[in-house]
Ligand binder design. Structure first.
Ligand code: ADP
Ligand code: MG
Length: 327
């Protein structure tokens, strides 16, 4: 089981930012409305994620840290097979197999918070009473302390921090209704306030993407049957800073898709010429049966059943928005 965990961890948990992604997604699954990511040394020393969500009942703490699925790998030879599978239900187990992990939680029904911890290969979770408000804190220390080969691939604190910052930006643009805080080495570095009405969404976009983007961005909204595209595109000549603002969400999930990327580039080229770097925050909603989203957690690919129509719809919508901004 330990071998399996460490192999799985290698697939999903590549760096501190992957830990943050998994932990924050768990907070969202638990219906948290406020999430604090508190890291030290770019997350290499410590990653602590706290939420005010549903918590984990005392008798489920140990289970949460174990792989729920029966192990799919019995030898390294099976490694190839596992690459095509997701690792659902395995994130905490994977992280705990390559770190010193403490899980503290309290549900509304419980009087008392409880804490469980595991360290590296020792998958036996210990339980102790603790102090914690309703919700969950996962504290991950010394990532890859027992896998030196992986630890070697970590970059500087600054680089690892930047990856975490980006993970949080992507999630924050998908969940306007949740408040996010990022603390680095004891200093609060990001605060994304929750916004609840579409008129206020631009405030969140501004906090996440910067005023340089929102000052020049134009709103876009187009509907074609059940397919809906909305968001913002910036027509201004881009500077390097702005070039990072390229976010496309399909049914709430951030995607880096060839087809969509092409449609966006084409729209910019048609309207403004080739020298513009597209900057955008866009949301495409369409019926779930019209799209296949790759289940691999590390991939951001999507397959549209009517690829041509989607491409042209996106192209036309962005073109129109950019043209209206130009007049
Ligand atoms: P998955 O999210 O795929 O179920 P994980 O390993 O990420 O697998 O988490 C295991 C389980 O631990 C979750 O299914 C959930 O029950 C519980 N859990 C993890 N994080 C939290 C959290 N922040 N709040 C509430 N429950 C959590
Ligand atoms: Mg999870």
């Amino acid at each position: 089981i330990s071998l399996a965990n460490q192999i799985a961890a290698g697939e999903v948990i590549e760096r501190p930012a992957s830990v943050v992604k998994e932990l924050v997604e768990n907070c969202l699954d638990a219906k948290a409305t406020e999430i604090t990511v508190d890291i030290e040394q770019g997350g290499r020393r410590r990653i602590r994620v706290r939420d005010n969500g549903a918590g984990i009942p005392k008798d489920e703490l140990a289970l949460a840290l174990s792989r729920h699925a029966t192990s799919k790998i019995s030898s390294l030879a099976d490694l190839e097979a596992i690459q095509s599978l997701g690792f659902r239900g395995e994130a905490l187990a994977s992280i705990s197999s390559v770190s010193r992990l403490t899980l503290t939680a309290k549900t509304q029904q419980q009087e008392q918070a409880w804490q469980a911890w595991v360290e590296g290969r020792d998958m036996q979770a210990e339980l102790a009473p603790a102090t914690h408000p309703d919700g969950t804190t996962v504290d991950v220390q010394d990532l890859f302390f027992n896998t030196p080969a992986r630890r070697k691939f970590l970059r500087t604190d600054k680089t690892e921090f930047n990856h975490i910052d980006e993970v949080l930006r992507r999630i924050a643009l998908a969940r306007f209704d949740v408040r996010f805080n990022l603390v680095h080495n004891g200093k609060s570095v990001r605060q994304y306030q929750a916004v609840h009405s579409p008129e206020s969404y631009l405030q969140r976009v501004s906090q996440v993407c910067g005023k340089t983007f929102t000052d020049t961005a134009v709103a876009l909204e187009q509907q074609a049957g059940p397919v809906h595209l909305w968001g913002w595109v910036a027509p201004a000549q881009s500077c390097r800073h702005q070039a990072d603002v390229q976010y496309f969400y399909v049914n709430g999930r951030m995607m880096r898709d060839r087809l969509l990327g092409h449609a966006v580039r084409q729209a910019y080229a048609d309207t403004l010429g080739d020298d513009r770097v597209p900057t955008f925050v866009l949301y495409l909603q369409l019926p779930a049966q019209d799209v296949d989203v790759n289940v691999h957690p590390a991939k951001h690919e999507v397959r549209f059943h009517q690829a041509r129509q989607i491409h042209d719809f996106v192209l036309q919508a962005i073109r129109q928005a950019l043209q209206s901004a130009a007049v």
